[in-house]
Design a protein around this ligand. Structure first.
Ligand SMILES: Nc1ncnc2c1ncn2[C@@H]1O[C@H](COP(=O)(O)OP(=O)(O)OP(=O)(O)O)[C@@H](O)[C@H]1O
Length: 583
């Protein structure tokens, strides 16, 4: 499933909101361009007057000097005004774009994890990079240029009509062809550009998947299949680019012709009027110069219309991300205590296919519960629901009487946190990695957290201690160190309930043993739900929940369940005999 794409109404509403927010700055930009365009109209008019004076033989040396001064003054004024207008346009473009990008990043970081997982990284990656760049180009250059070109074109038309109304009308000669070809183009270009952008998303998805899964691809010799997939994505992209190119190849030449047409018609029609004594050579010269002056703004308009079309399509994909429904709704209620209760919980990844069927689990504050069961029985799913990552499809998971999904995410993590085998080290310093959990923590607090998980010594031994750069491009941490940093983050978060999923399984036995003491200090005084893949964890727990086919089939202390001789007893017996076999 790809992320939603906003319809034109929403895109227009977003554009309208941006214009309203910046209307003052936009008005200044428009005013500057308007005056600059007016200055640009002076020269053709002055040339026309001079031509007429020369034709009539009334031109004087002073007249020519005045003409030169006026033209030079107008050109200079136009150049200065354009400089300021462009500067203002760029500042405005950057301001608008910066806000847009910040808002988009805020939306992306709020996206429900389940949506990101389902949509895949390619689509989101291409929206946050390629589409944002496309919108940036439109906002920075496209919108100001289109506004300027529109104002200039209208003023040129008005000036031509004011010079000679009958001749001025000839300036419209290219309009029908321009309208027809543009309508033809716009009808087809929207879907064609959507296809093109979707093909970028698929290509970047295939490439990033190949890079991320390089080891698996290598190990299973999947390279040919992956190459085929990328080739298919490339062909799709090529085809979609060809599609839009075909459209441009029809539209551009007809547009080109339609704005050259007025120059030809003005001269031909001017000759007829001159013959009939209805126009002067000076007027024909002025209007013909205006017709030629029109070429630049109209061609700019044509070029940027195309860019704006691409930008609008990209904006619809960006606005679309805002339309992903939130998976949680804050109610403002505050948990009465630290009591976590799972009540009749159901969960389905796909509608109609429940993987949890009415789970009930009342966690006593400070107790340790181990969840055991065969692969696929729903242990990890239950863990994610307990940590408030997914919301249940039915029933509830509450802390202190408040459903987890009603809490703000920052708050939620201070109640329940999930510890998985994934310990991503973010690019930045060790301190920055830790402060993700507690942005305001002092260095002493960071060191205290590192001390709890037994990492203070090695962090202090690093070249710059807490300020050492880690992650991609920095010092490479060992898996055990990465895990210690993750645990220190949890110490800083200080949640009262922890859900452990395969917390130590990726480590070699020695590193796992080293971490066990760090772990046990972290767990002290907290409620713990451990998804137990090794049964000795279950043995040490206060209670064991046996999950089978998405249902809790047994629940109680280890000894009682073993004595009961049920499902857990046989799991325990087979695990025990395996263990003693290994010994
Ligand atoms: N992202 C997902 N989309 C669709 N189905 C999923 C997804 N994750 C898990 N499932 C399905 O949900 C069921 C429960 O999976 P879950 O991972 O919770 O089981 P588990 O007991 O933790 O298994 P294991 O011990 O192998 O990790 C399985 O049938 C699994 O195929």
């Amino acid at each position: 499933m790809l992320l939603p794409i906003a319809d034109l109404g929403h895109v227009r509403a977003t554009a309208g909101r941006l214009i309203r927010r910046h209307w003052r700055a936009l008005s200044v930009v428009l005013l500057l361009h308007l005056v600059a365009a007016l200055c640009g109209l002076v020269a053709p008019r002055a040339v026309g007057i001079l031509v007429d004076a020369l034709t009539r033989g009334t031109a004087t040396a002073t007249g020519v000097n005045v003409f030169l001064a006026v033209v030079a003054g107008a050109v200079l004024a136009q150049a200065v005004l354009i400089r300021f207008a462009q500067r203002q346009s760029m500042v405005l473009g950057e301001t608008v774009f910066a806000r847009l990008r910040e808002e988009f990043m805020a939306v992306v970081s709020r996206l429900p994890l389940s949506t990101v997982e389902r949509a895949g990284t390619g689509d989101l990656l291409s929206r946050t990079t390629h589409d944002i760049e496309s919108v940036a180009r439109t906002v920075r250059f496209g919108v100001p240029r289109v506004l300027v070109a529109s104002i200039t074109s209208v003023l040129i038309f008005v000036a031509a009509i004011a010079t000679h109304p009958l001749l001025g009308i000839a300036m419209f000669a290219g309009v029908p062809l321009l309208l027809l070809s543009t309508r033809w183009y716009l009808r087809r270009s929207g879907p064609a550009y959507q296809r093109q952008l979707a093909s970028y998303a698929r290509l970047s998805g295939s490439v990033s998947e190949t890079v991320e899964g390089a080891r698996t691809i290598d190990a299973l010799s999947l390279a040919p299949a992956q190459r085929e997939k990328i080739d298919a994505a490339l062909s799709e992209r090529l085809e979609s680019e060809r599609g839009t190119l075909r459209l441009r190849m029809v539209w551009f030449p007809s547009a080109d012709f339609s704005f050259l047409l007025p120059v030809i018609v003005v001269i031909a029609w001017g000759a007829v009027l001159l013959d009939a004594g209805n126009a002067t050579i000076g007027q024909i010269t002025t209007v013909a110069l205006y017709a030629m002056q029109l070429v630049a703004p109209v061609s700019e308009l044509i070029m940027w219309m195309n860019e704006i079309q691409i930008g609008t399509t990209a904006l619809s994909r960006i606005v679309g991300v805002e339309q992903v429904p939130a998976d949680r709704q804050q109610s403002g209620r505050r948990p009465a205590d630290e009591h976590v209760v799972v009540d009749d919980v159901r969960y389905a990844y796909r509608p109609g296919h429940d993987v949890l069927h009415g789970i009930g689990l009342d966690l006593e504050i400070g107790e340790r519960v181990a969840i055991v069961g065969p692969s696929g029985s729903g242990k990890s799913t239950l863990g994610r629901l307990l940590a408030g990552i997914h919301g249940p499809s039915g029933g509830s998971v509450t802390v202190g009487g408040v459903p987890l999904l009603e809490l703000p995410v920052d708050d939620l993590r201070r109640h329940v946190a999930l510890v998985t085998q994934e310990h991503h080290v973010f690019v930045g310093t060790i301190a920055q990695n830790l402060r993700l959990a507690a942005p305001g923590a002092s260095e002493a607090e960071l060191e205290e957290a590192l001390q709890v998980v037994g990492a203070l010594e090695w962090v202090r031994a690093m070249p710059q201690g807490l300020a050492t750069g880690v992650g991609s491009g920095g010092v490479v941490l060992t898996p055990a160190q990465a895990q210690q940093v993750a645990l220190a983050r949890l110490v800083l978060l200080d949640p009262h309930t922890l859900v452990l999923d395969e917390a130590t399984s990726l480590l070699d036995p020695r590193a796992a043993r080293d971490l066990e003491s760090a772990m046990s200090r972290l767990l002290e005084g907290r409620t713990v739900v451990a998804i137990a893949h090794r049964l000795h964890t279950a043995h040490d727990a206060d209670r064991v929940a046996v999950l089978q086919g998405g249902r809790i089939v047994e629940l109680g202390p280890h000894d009682r369940l073993v004595a009961a001789g049920g499902e857990y007893a046989s799991l325990w017996a087979s695990w025990h005999s395996e263990e003693s076999g290994h010994a």
